[in-house]
Design a protein around this ligand. Sequence first.
Ligand code: F6R
Length: 251
Amino acid sequence: MRSTRFGGLTVEVYRDSRELINAAAGSLFSQLRSKKESVIGLATGSTFLPFYAKVVADYRKEGVSFMDAVTFNLDEYYPIANEDSNSYHSYMTANFFSRIDIKKANVHVPDGSAANPELEVREYEEAILRAGGIDLQFLGIGRNGHIGFNEPGTSFESRTHVTNLTDSTLAANRPLFSDSGSQMPVKAITMGIATILSARRLVLIATGETKSDALHSALKGPVTEEVPASVLRKHGNATFMVDEDAIGGMF
Ligand code: F6R
């Protein structure tokens, strides 16, 4: 691994995605070792599938438990039934929550079936505050530079809100959306950019060359709402963990 400072953030470049995933899982284990009641922010998508598999496989031998941990997921499609196989509720249950020793009451994913989404987003923010804020937030990055489902143009001041997904995000996520009879929603509930920036520590992971344009803009372009991930350079305690394919010879 080689590491570089980029503005206010650290970029760690791993030889391949396996090394990167080991390191990202390691950052979660050390967080839990230093504070067993940590509040962890979680992401979904294809990048995180091997991450969850690694954490599930290793957490016991790493001597950590999720018994006292609290989690908040970044986002959920809207509208979608929690039990829809394409929901992020289902993704998280299948890949993570049902396979670790976390308490159901400590798990939070925005409710894609909320009848009153405006109330849901307010309550989600309040729940994060009540939990004491997020200690360690994991993030992926969209091909258009989105974080959570904060698409280009989202205000840096935004808190949890309902958003419209862009055509590029819909196209990127469609392969993961199996044909269960449900239409792919065109909206989502997402933590806002200001919500994400309130986390005490941020770890963004990106693998594969489809992410190199977004990483390039986020790291080398202006800090602008047109590239949501660029704001992470202002956080002060953010790390990008990327593989060689994703960084594409940028440095
Ligand atoms: C998902 C999320 C998104 C994804 C991003 C990358 O919870 O917050 O920002 O991290 O769309 O998705 P993949 O990993 O599928 O390329």
